[in-house]
Design a protein around this ligand. Sequence first.
Ligand SMILES: CC(C)(COP(=O)(O)OP(=O)(O)OC[C@H]1O[C@@H](n2cnc3c(N)ncnc32)[C@H](O)[C@@H]1OP(=O)(O)O)[C@@H](O)C(=O)NCCC(=O)NCCS
Length: 294
Amino acid sequence: MLIRPMRDDDIGAARALTHEELQLSRSATRPASLPAPPAGPPTPDWSGRWERRAKHLLRHDAEGCWVAETDGEVVGVAMSLRREKLWGLSAFFVHPQAQGAGVGAALLDAALGYSQGCLRGIIISTADPRAARRYRLAGFTLHPTIRVAGTVDRSAIPVVDGVRTGGPGDQDLCASVDRRVRGAAHGVDHEFLCAEYGLLVSDTFTGSGYCFVDPSGSPVLLAATSRKIAQRLLWAALAVSPEGADVHVDYLTADQEWAVDVALAAGLSLRTEGYLCLRHMRPPAPYLPSGAFL
Ligand SMILES: CC(C)(COP(=O)(O)OP(=O)(O)OC[C@H]1O[C@@H](n2cnc3c(N)ncnc32)[C@H](O)[C@@H]1OP(=O)(O)O)[C@@H](O)C(=O)NCCC(=O)NCCS
């Protein structure tokens, strides 16, 4: 087995093995992973976004992206990023037939090499015990997470003031909220997120915040300087959801009760799954991390 830097021409194989693994994890006998691609063959939407994200990371974080190769085949991938003094793991998958044999340990070691000089680290873990074992052994604290899903009770949506549509010009505002809440801005990821998702912004006398939201009304990334503003932004995101759409709010630690309360009021249901894994930092709050950009 060879661990080597990832290249652009590995993206298709890495995407395919990730898709295969996520499809397997849908079955009851395997730990679930979110956000999962739609059941069946990869949809152009899911594949396209996965590949654009991988290209973005290879462009900005080439030293953080690694693959494992056996007999010329890509059998594992780890992609990590570094934003200011924060390191994060964006993707970590080993082909189902190669799992449990040390490939993941070697890939994670390579990706962690890119964390040198960073003060803090962040990973979102699935419920897979192999992943949790790797992260704890690498010194991360495992914070169990709540995941919320369902369809929004539209009669519960309040009138939300002080939230507007944002765009690339809001990068400074978002960066300053990020630094205050999680100690590092998202930098180049802001542009990527603006191109892929809607952006809601709140900037008032009492504080500010932002939320990237997907077309289903699910928040992709949210940060705010107060719980009140975070709740407003989350309601504004849920209000975007089309009638009957499946909405999810992921990776909530107990520190995000403001979000749990909104979710319950919106008629969504809670379950526990996976961990927010942090090194040298407390869970940022009020904050909903992005699985890909943390
Ligand atoms: C998580 C993942 C990337 C790890 O890769 P891997 O090649 O399986 O990892 P390794 O073999 O290096 O390490 C797995 C560890 O868990 C242990 N392990 C294996 N099966 C296990 C089980 N059922 N329960 C608990 N531990 C288990 C192994 O012994 C090993 O520990 P050790 O090195 O201390 O002996 C891979 O399993 C995977 O793709 N899982 C599904 C997708 C996923 O959840 N990815 C994580 C995204 S956050």
